[in-house]
Ligand binder design. Structure first.
Ligand SMILES: Cc1cc2nc3c(=O)[nH]c(=O)nc-3n(C[C@H](O)[C@H](O)[C@H](O)COP(=O)(O)OP(=O)(O)OC[C@H]3O[C@@H](n4cnc5c(N)ncnc54)[C@H](O)[C@@H]3O)c2cc1C
Length: 248
């Protein structure tokens, strides 16, 4: 099947944390480009001649609303071709080719189960669109537990929304794991803070009563590899109950 590329017009960006910005594009297509929460688009950035350098995928951060405006959440990578281009060179009105949406990292069909969403860094981006969808249409799952790993409190992405959702999405819980903080932030909301990495939280919490859980993982290889091994070998979670989106 022939790949369809469309034009995406860059319309703005905003700082979300010291290392991550929000970026907005308008997809220039007559008809709305439909996508499911959790899917990604692939962009062809003007950063060289090699396809591997130019083509980079980004999860869509906002729920589909038919407007053709999509939001990304991108972490800056020193020396990273695409991220540096987005943070430093792109201008409003620039047109970037993009294709998609692609990906199967979407909300599971089976509702009678608990979702355990594990992410580090920008790995929380696809969950943000999933949770926007759930906040708007109701929580169809038994429970949802987001376990989000980040270095320090100031690095937490979408903090306000995580706080809001902890209040008004029924049966939603958010655990934030700070890997480089020295003390737990004052509990001013319903988010549960931990010092350390994401692994200790799901290993402890799902040591037992894990037979009706769908685990979803998103982020970079080191976190995903460790989590898949832990879930499979330590908690004995069957492979079909572990779904992941690998950023690289
Ligand atoms: C399906 C999919 C969805 C993605 N969604 C997002 C998203 O929502 N937000 C986002 O920021 N990124 C996302 N990525 C990663 C993104 O595609 C790029 O790989 C990333 O932005 C780095 O690209 P670059 O051109 O800046 O760096 P490159 O020039 O490709 O980077 C150089 C090297 O650094 C490594 N690297 C880059 N960033 C990191 C990092 N943070 N941690 C560890 N190693 C790193 C790369 O693997 C590479 O070896 C996604 C990747 C995939 C496959």
């Amino acid at each position: 099947m022939q790949t369809v590329w469309y034009d995406a017009e860059f319309i703005g960006q905003k700082v979300e944390s010291p290392t991550t910005n929000r970026f907005w594009f308008k997809l220039l297509s007559e008809n709305p480009i439909q996508y499911k929460s959790g899917q990604f688009l692939t962009f062809d950035f003007p950063v060289g001649d090699k396809r591997l350098d130019r083509w980079k995928s980004y999860s869509i951060a906002n729920v589909y609303d038919g407007s053709n405006i999509i939001e990304l959440g991108v972490s800056y990578k020193k020396g990273g071709l695409a991220s540096q281009y987005l943070f430093e060179s792109i201008n409003k009105g620039d047109i970037i080719k993009c294709k998609g949406p692609d990906g199967n990292f979407v909300l599971p069909e089976l509702k009678k189960q608990k979702l355990v969403l594990i992410a580090t860094g920008a790995g929380v981006v696809p969950y943000r669109s999933m949770l926007q969808e759930i906040a708007a249409s109701g929580n169809p799952y038994d429970e949802i537990h987001l376990i989000f790993g980040i270095r320090k409190e100031k690095d937490i992405l979408y903090l306000e929304e995580l706080e809001d959702w902890s209040h008004f999405i029924p049966f939603f819980k958010c655990s934030v794991c700070l890997s480089q903080a020295s003390k737990i932030p004052k509990a001013k909301n319903k988010i549960q803070y931990h010092l350390g990495r994401v692994h200790q939280v799901y290993l402890e919490e799902y040591k037992t009563k894990n037979n009706n859980c769908q685990f979803m993982l998103c982020g970079w290889t080191n976190m995903i590899d460790e989590a898949v091994l832990n879930l499979h070998n330590v908690l004995k979670i069957p492979k079909e109950k572990i779904k992941y989106e690998l950023f690289g």
